[in-house]
Design a protein around this ligand. Structure first.
Ligand SMILES: [Zn+2]
Length: 414
């Protein structure tokens, strides 16, 4: 199987790693110290979730992934819109390549213009209620953070984004500079991971941790980690990949997400096999296969927890790829303060640092995250036995019928 078609964008890669992410910054701030053998997954999660990102401004995440892939000798390809494909191949190839997908963006600001007095005019891209912007603090990233605060916010009907003005900063911020909420770097307290962004850099981190496990345990398989762009503004990267046929036709896809926690999908109860989202339902056969992989871990480890639920908080990339005919399902972890929205009564309220009354760090449970990585490893280990569809269920029902039919036909209902 050939990797997805990739135009030559080498020049862009060089620019991103050398100019946008200074070497000193890359090494000193963003990489865990003990990467390599038996890398600490929570350090990887922390390093990746501390990266600045926004829709269409995923270049620092991309640069991190390229640097990591280089060090771990992972083959990387890109497509025409800059989605990142990480290729793991060892032993006999699977009949179908297994794609694990997560998105690299998160709702955030992008500078449109800086006025003479330093005031910032920015667009906010991604789903956050305008009322929650009140008295909120934000910060913009060049080679370091520049803190500021929101002055005004109003919807822009033409662009679907929000027009935001923010208090003056002294430094020059060129158009295109990305901004996020002024929240601290990630911390772990009582098993809760609190970060400016969990959605979906937590998913990207799970892909990296999966690859570390595959490398360290020398597991056979063919896995493609697809780190996609611009999900928060309409599934941009994944739709481009589907429309342009950049994904192998027979690929099987598992999307990784963080998804708003609820009473039936609580933080700390394990990773969630997501059977559907607000719009779609996912592949019955693949969802069952992933559930069985999770169950196999639980059989060996009585403390291992996982959940299975329809998470209707939003629509995700998995519905998009399902619509294009792919065999696909989703794994997620329950998210507190969904999209940084800090709303009384919602999961996560009061749990995390704030950037204003209505804005807080997102949270996920570290056990849920590690469980998601564990399930992915189990899926890859068993994947050579996977066949799409529900034949395996029909065979089981057929056997059930065969065993029971004599009794059934011989008895007469009262
Ligand atoms: Zn997401």
């Amino acid at each position: 199987m050939a990797p997805p078609h990739v135009p030559d964008i080498h020049h862009r890669r060089r620019r991103w790693t050398q100019t946008v992410l200074p070497r000193r910054t890359a090494q000193a701030c963003y990489f865990p110290a003990n990467r390599g053998k038996n890398v600490n997954h929570l350090q990887t999660l922390t390093a990746i979730c501390n990266l600045p990102t926004a829709p269409y401004r995923e270049q620092l995440v991309v640069a991190w992934l390229l640097e990591w892939a280089k060090q771990r000798r992972i083959h990387v390809t890109r497509d025409g819109v800059g989605n990142v494909y990480l290729h793991y191949r060892r032993g006999k190839p699977f009949k179908r390549p297994l794609i694990i997908e997560a998105h690299m963006d998160h709702p955030g600001f992008v500078v449109k213009k800086q006025r003479r007095d330093g005031t910032i005019e920015a667009a906010f891209r991604g789903g956050v209620k305008p009322s929650l912007f009140e008295k909120a603090r934000a910060k913009f990233f060049t080679d370091r953070w520049h803190p500021t605060r929101v002055l005004t916010v109003k919807p822009n009907k033409k662009s679907r984004f929000l027009d935001v003005t923010l208090a003056a900063v002294k430094e020059k911020l060129p158009p295109g500079t990305l901004g996020m909420w002024d929240l601290p770097d990630a911390v772990i307290e009582n098993g809760l991971f609190k970060s400016r962004v969990c959605d979906d850099l937590g998913g990207v981190a799970a892909i990296v941790c999966l690859f570390e496990e595959l490398l360290d345990q020398k597991i056979d398989g063919h896995v493609i980690g697809l780190c996609s762009r611009a999900e928060e503004v309409g599934f941009g990267g994944v739709l481009a990949a589907c429309e342009n046929k950049w994904l192998p036709k027979n690929a099987v896809i598992i999307g990784l997400e963080t998804s708003k926690a609820s009473d039936f999908a609580k933080q700390g109860n394990g990773a969630i096999i997501r059977v559907g989202d607000r719009t779609g339902l996912f592949s019955l056969g693949l969802t069952h296969f992933v559930t069985q992989a999770a169950a196999s871990i639980a059989d060996d480890d009585k403390h291992f927890k996982y959940q299975r639920a329809l998470m209707s908080g939003g629509t995700c990339n998995t519905t998009a790829v399902t619509a294009y005919g792919f065999d696909a399902t989703c794994l997620c972890v329950a998210l507190g303060n969904y999209h940084n929205q800090h709303v009384k009564g919602d999961p996560g309220y009061g749990d995390a640092p704030k950037a204003g009354p209505g804005i807080a760090s997102e949270t996920i449970h570290t056990g849920d995250f590690l469980g998601m990585v564990g399930i992915l490893v189990a899926v890859v280990q068993r994947f050579k036995t996977y066949t799409p569809g529900v034949d395996f269920l029909r065979e089981r029902f057929h056997k059930l019928h065969r065993d029971e039919q004599v009794a059934l036909f011989k008895t007469t209902p009262l």
